[in-house]
Design a protein around this ligand. Sequence first.
Ligand code: DP6
Length: 384
Amino acid sequence: MSDIITVKAPVNIAVIKYWGKRDEDLILPLNDSVSATLDTSIMCAKTSVCARPEFKENEIWLNGKKETFQSPRLQNCLKEIKSRAAAENSVNEDFLQWKVRVCSENNFPTAAGLASSAAGYACLVTALAKLYKVKSDVSSIARLGSGSACRSVYGGFVRWHAGTNPDGTDSVASQIEGSAHWPEMHALILVVGDTKKKTSSTTGMRISTQTSELLKHRIKYCVPQRTDEIIQAIKQKDFPKFAEVTMKDSNQFHAVCLDSYPPFVYMTDVSHLIVDLIHKYNELSGSTKVAYTFDAGPNACLYLLEEEVPQVLSFIRHVFPSSNPELFVTGLKTNEVTLNPELKNICEPQAKDLIKYVIHTKVGEGPTEVTDGSHLLNDAGIPK
Ligand code: DP6
């Protein structure tokens, strides 16, 4: 039997955004956040880990490239897993001394600016927890890698509780509902072409925390109410409410970025056009059928029910023509439809390739162990 552990972990996209830290080292947030975890069969991180007495040092390979193990976030994750293992007495002393090898890959382009650190750290921490036989909740350890990663430890709809303890012990994620609760919930990720270097989340959050008055108001008044509202909407499967809160929260997060000093922006003209189109689409539909949300980049994530996907995809194709129409939509399959003239009239077709491609996915499960032997490390512990 192999001593290599391999895990797949999902991406998550927040509907109530995490923005701002009260502790940068422990990655403790200023506010609760809520997200949906997306299907690992479409987008995932995959990580193999093993520990052996003959390994001379800790080593890590990310997407085929050897990287340093010295990053404080990585070190913190390994340290915390080992101290849990020691507390739980789950492995022997020797095993704790052995060095580890980590090999990790994303099955989606990292260059697309998609939430890859969340999947990556959730995957790493889940794999290490299995290696060291840690049984307790690992969301607070994934959090040490990247805040949003703590939400990828669970499937379905997830809440990250900001917590109040200075040591972060109560800053953990919990599941609101599993993926089977609302299987009709799908997502379309619109990958917007953009090469501009953006402000990292970490830097952006720091500037907002230090300077934005709007962020203070958001944390005190808006987030607590929206969190209650969206949890209720999820439990009752109330799509229009879910969508409204999602869009308002995304808009407020980006308003906070502009309210920061100096300000920074993540959305581009194409992002703003998408916002405009979704509002017009909803207006014409007579109810809220689609929600948009944007993270720290120009890509849109649209949340919508499965029944709406064919028409929305046809609408996106109409406005954003592609020079490679066959490869424009990846992920889950769906038939598209002929657009009715009113939808066509919302907007003229734009220049080609403003949207590079679309990933069609749905809400899915949390991390799972890969048991078919398709490890990323060979028997000698070297990347394949
Ligand atoms: C806009 O989790 O990437 O996507 O904790 O500094 O690693 P660090 O930041 P990160 O920030 C994510 C911010 C966001 C909103 C969200 O996912 O809630």
